[in-house]
Design a protein. Structure first.
Length: 381
């Protein structure tokens, strides 16, 4: 890398990269030195608070694609990869292989849902890469060929991340119960929702393994909450801003638990991109926003939910034994049509893992150089 220029200032330097000039703070450059990270533990060992004076560069040069900085009050120079500076100059942060753009989808997405055999996920890095990439990009995938055993689900989940508990424990069974603690455990219709927003950290990735389904009715419903949120932003920016700016209360309570938390209905990242939604009218508490704010918030809230009921967003299919639907609980909104309880048997076994674990698994696979190939679309098995 040649023709790099440096303009040393009091608090940082302007680096003339091929893409243009970019300012870098001296504290940041000192922290970014390769020696700041222990090679064995891969944790930071440099403590910026132990510096006797603010860092001040006296020279800078590029050697073997590494920026070498000599400091005024330090005997040893810092070494910062030029690739890091290029990434930060372009994106404001280091490159992240898991920072994949979301692919919004609509009611016609069913034939294009990524499907991966359970054996491929368990026994090949390529299978895990296809599944985890689909969950990051699309928010939903289907694992086929699942064994009809209670051990099949934890084996699948643990190939991506550890099972994370909820109020129901590590696992839950979706079937008709005599004394249900959740509307999902009845035969009635289940409104479109995300799971357990009453928990302070709502579950990240949900797994629903269909063990049996011979009942009349009970179609599974899914939609891309990010797609609906972006449609709302385009149609009514003020309504979008209200739902993305204010938290409302949710709960999950029964005899032995009483969870309460506040969540934003539309989740956005620091760049304003939609990262997910939180919606669950059956677990929504009485809103505690100022009453005059509710004059505008409620209409925006109602409009958003009504949009979720539109056919253009919702896909419907019958859950089939041997399949496991995996989806991002902070993005994919799901529900169910009612069914005739005595017409057969319907049993889904579910659990969760963390979204951070999902992205961690994908990053490790990419760092190993695993071929990241999306499978061809096929009909729902």
């Amino acid at each position: 890398m040649s023709n790099i220029t440096f303009d040393l200032r009091d608090n940082g330097m302007i680096v003339g990269l091929p893409e243009g000039e970019t300012y870098f703070n001296y504290y940041w450059l000192r922290d970014a030195c390769q020696s700041s990270i222990d090679p064995q533990t891969r944790e930071r060992v440099f403590d910026v608070t132990q510096m006797k004076s603010p860092p001040r560069a006296i020279s800078a040069m590029v050697r073997d694609d590494v920026l070498v900085i000599d400091w005024r009050d330090e005997a040893q120079p810092s070494h910062v990869p030029m690739s890091l500076l290029t990434e930060v100059a372009a994106n404001g942060r280091a490159a992240d292989p898991a920072a994949l753009p979301r692919k919004l989808w609509y009611s016609d997405h069913l034939p294009r849902i990524t499907r991966v055999e359970q054996n491929a996920v368990l026994n090949s890095d390529e299978g895990r890469a296809r599944l985890t990439r689909a969950l990051i990009e699309d928010g939903i995938a289907i694992v086929t060929g699942m064994d009809k055993t209670t051990e099949a689900l934890p084996r699948l989940v643990n190939s991506i991340g550890p099972v994370t508990p909820s109020a129901e424990g590590l696992f839950f069974d979706v079937r008709v119960e005599i004394a249900p603690t959740n509307l999902a455990f009845t035969a009635g219709p289940l409104e479109m929702h995300t799971d357990l927003p009453g928990e302070e950290n709502a579950p990240g990735v949900q797994f629903l393994h269909c063990l049996e389904n011979t009942v009349e009715g009970g179609l599974s419903l899914f939609l891309d909450g990010a797609a609906v949120a972006e449609a709302l932003r385009a149609e009514d920016p003020e309504a979008f801003a209200l739902l993305a700016s204010h938290e409302i209360p949710f709960f999950y309570r029964h005899d032995n638990w009483d969870y309460r938390a506040h969540q934003r209905v539309i989740e956005t990242d620091p760049d304003g991109e939609v990262t997910g939604v939180t919606i669950s009218q059956h677990l929504q508490d009485n809103m505690d926003l100022p009453q005059d704010l509710l004059d505008v918030y409620y209409p925006a809230f109602v409009k958003f939910i009504r949009m979720m009921q539109e056919d253009r967003f919702t896909l419907r299919f019958r859950s089939q034994a041997g399949n496991c639907v995996v989806f991002d609980n902070h993005r994919i909104v799901h529900g169910r049509e009612g069914y005739v309880a005595d017409s057969g048997s319907r049993h889904l076994r579910g659990c969760y893992t963390d979204r951070g674990a999902l992205r961690s698994t994908y990053r490790v696979l990419m760092q190993k150089g695993v071929a990241d190939i999306s499978p061809p679309a096929s009909a729902l098995a």
